[in-house]
Design a protein around this ligand. Sequence first.
Ligand code: NAP
Length: 308
Amino acid sequence: MKMINIVNGPQNVSAIIQGCMRMPALSKEDAAKVIRTAFDCGVNFFDHATCYGSGEAEERFAQAFPLTGIRREDIFIQSKCGLCLDRNEFDWTKDNILSSVDDSLRRLNVEYLDALLLHRPDLLFEPEEVAEAFELLEKSGKVRHFGVSNLMPMQIELLRKFSSQPLVINQVQLSLEQSQLIDQAFYMNNKTTDMSVNRDDSLLDYCRLNDITIQAWSPLQYGMFRGTFIDNPEFPELNKALAEIAERENVTKAAVAVAWILRHPAKMQAVVGTMNPEHIKDICSAANVTLSHHDWYALYLASGKFLP
Ligand SMILES: NC(=O)c1ccc[n+]([C@@H]2O[C@H](COP(=O)([O-])OP(=O)(O)OC[C@H]3O[C@@H](n4cnc5c(N)ncnc54)[C@H](OP(=O)(O)O)[C@@H]3O)[C@@H](O)[C@H]2O)c1
C-alpha cells in the first residue's frame, strides 16, 4: 500500500481509504469481512459520517470491529458532521458539532476520532462558533485532527481566521468522469467549453498551497451517484483505455481508475466505497501501479476531455 503523511495531520496513512457510507446494507459479519480485507490490503483509514444510514454505518462498524481482531490504535477513524438530513438543514453550530461528535463516539464505541470533517457548508455558519467547538474537542481528546469536506477556499480561509487547529483535509468529489476539480485549470479562458468554468475558486491549487490533503470521494462514480463508469456501456472510450492499462499492469479497470487519482502530484487519498471484499482487493492493487505521465493523460482524454 502507498502510505502518505498528512502535513500537520495523521502520519503514515494509507492512500486508499475505505469509505463506510454503504455499510448499513451489510450484516455485522459481512462488515467485519470488509474491514478485515481492507486492513489486510494495507488500508488503515476508515471514513464515516453521522448521516450515513442516519448513524447506522457507524453502529455497524462498531458491531463488526471486534470480530476483525484489529486493534483500535492500528487504524485511523474519521467521521464527518454537519449534514442533518433528518432536519433538512446543514448545521455547524457549536452545539451540533459537539453533540454530533459525542454521538459518533458512542455509536463507533471509541474514545476518540482521528479526524473530524465538517461535511458540507452550513450557509449560516459562524466561524467563531466552529473554532470554539474544535478547541473543546481537541482539549478533551475527543478529536485529534480537523478538516472539511466540499468546501471552497474562501470558506476555508474564514474558518482558519478563527480556528487554532490546522485544517488538514478537504474531502471532495473526484473521478475520471467527475473531474471538474482538475478541468477548470486545463481549459482556462476557453469559451468553447463549460469545463473552463471555475466552479470551486481553484480549490486544487489552494489545497496544495496550504498543505491540505484532498480526499477524493466516489472515485468510480459518474454524475452524482449515478453508478459506476466501470464496465458501463455509456463510457466505451474510457473503458477501452482503462482495459489497455489494466491488462498491461495485470490489475482491474477499477484499480487503474483509482491509480489515476493517486498519480496526481497533489498526493491525494482516494475514498473507495465498495462493500465487496474481492473488489477491495482488486482496488488496493492500484497502490502498486504507477501510471506514466502519458497514461494519465490518455485516461483523462478517454473520459471525454480534449487538448485545449
Ligand atoms: N464527503 C462527501 O460528501 C462524500 C460523498 C459521497 C461519498 N463519500 C465517501 O466516499 C466513499 C465512497 O463513495 P462511493 O461508494 O460512491 O464510491 P465508489 O468507490 O466510487 O463507488 C462504489 C460503488 O461502485 C460499485 N462498483 C461497481 N463495480 C465496481 C468495481 N469493479 N470495483 C469497485 N466498486 C464497484 C460498488 O459496488 P460493490 O459494493 O458491489 O463493489 C459500490 O456500489 C463513501 O463510502 C463515503 O465514505 C463522501
